[in-house]
Design a protein around this ligand. Structure first.
Ligand code: BYC
Length: 312
């Protein structure tokens, strides 16, 4: 066993990839299951705030784009559940844990989408934050997770542009449309900064996850990267990031900014956000309503397997 663990450490030290059949410490396996499951749950719960607007898009073109985006999120969930299953868990088990409130999903999806501009803000800010967080995960030490991230990131990049384009159109429209875009930025800015997790000093898992090559950057490093990327984009839109403390520091080449209220993050993660109950109840209902589809698929697979066995 010791020799096997030496080979795990040697692979990590050489920046190689751990594959499902390789030996790995139990903590590494558990950390990956936790993070990948949370990530998968976020993708499928993340369909709800945007799905809310499919029947109310301002045009047919916008409807087709939004439907494609929401379907992509379902696809991301599927790649991620499949990646988690390579670690020896079953996706049904993970969904049960989500439904029982025993596994988390991203805090960001517990906020409501009140206006059409919120759909733009989700694409621009939330998918923008997702890209900053997930591009380094393409180099995660666990092969199946890293490979899933490559495709996810390509799709997120389209999502981010479509969000920016929605806001760009609004910002170049009437005064009321521009005000709607500003209001969306005001409400989504702070929750977007919270997506990156607690500050480094309070992050329970970062140090170990970075030592194992699961995370490549700390929460604060990625939050800074997001601010540096996003503020110039807000300038292009002509709307204002709602932070009086925001300054560009010529010396460091970075923006200094006000940290979000992390007590709000902890409250939302505990289940006390504006939409937690609604999101979970909707998810459980969708799961129950879909039971017949899963049963039919399992019955069909069983029949096919029987046919194959009797033909052999
Ligand atoms: N929300 O030690 P820390 C998307 C938890 S999907 C909720 O720093 P870690 C998209 C954390 O889990 C977006 N919980 O943790 C989809 C831990 O609790 P436990 C999702 C949070 O894992 C559809 C505790 O706080 N992206 O982009 O090292 C449409 C301490 O934190 C949050 C991913 O999941 C939060 N914001 O770092 C559009 C990416 N932050 O487990 C877009 C993969 C922290 O000990 N995940 N917690 O009970 C990650 O990169 C990392 O897991 C995190 C947290 C950076 C999120």
């Amino acid at each position: 066993m010791l020799a096997l663990m030496d080979s795990f450490q040697a692979t990590i030290d050489a920046d190689g990839r751990i594959e499902p059949r390789d030996a790995m410490p139990e903590g590494y396996r558990k950390t990956l299951i936790r993070q990948i499951a949370q990530h998968a749950h976020s993708e499928i719960i993340g369909m709800q705030p945007e799905g809310n607007w499919i029947s109310r898009t301002p045009s047919l073109r916008r409807k087709a784009i939004l439907m494609a985006k929401v379907q992509d999120e379902a696809g991301h969930g599927l790649y991620l559940y499949a990646a988690a299953e390579t670690l020896g868990v079953d996706r049904a088990e993970l969904l049960d844990l989500l439904h029982a409130g025993k596994q988390k999903y991203s805090s960001i999806f517990n906020y409501p989408t009140l206006t059409w501009a919120d759909i733009g803000a989700i694409g621009w800010l939330v998918d923008g934050a997702a890209i900053v967080n997930q591009v380094p995960l393409c180099r995660c030490s666990y092969g199946p997770y890293a490979r899933a991230m490559v495709r996810v990131c390509k799709e997120e990049s389209f999502h981010q542009r479509q969000g920016f384009e929605i806001l760009h159109t609004l910002c170049n429209g009437t005064e009321a449309q521009k005000a709607m875009a500003q209001d969306a930025l005001d409400r989504w800015w702070w929750p977007s900064l919270m997506m990156f997790g607690p500050p480094d000093a309070s992050s329970t898992h970062s140090e170990q996850s970075m030592a194992w090559g699961i995370k490549r950057h700390s929460n604060d490093e990625l939050r800074q990267r997001f601010v540096d990327m996003t503020v110039p984009q807000a300038d292009v839109l002509g709307i204002r990031v709602p932070d009086d403390g925001l300054r560009y520091d010529e010396e460091t080449g970075h923006y200094s900014f006000t940290q979000p209220d992390f007590t709000e993050l902890y409250e939302v993660v505990k289940g006390n956000g504006p939409c937690n109950e609604q999101r979970l109840a909707h998810r459980v209902k969708a799961h129950e309503d879909g039971a017949w589809v899963r049963e039919a698929a399992a019955a069909y697979a069983g029949k096919q397997a029987q046919k194959k066995a009797s033909a052999a």
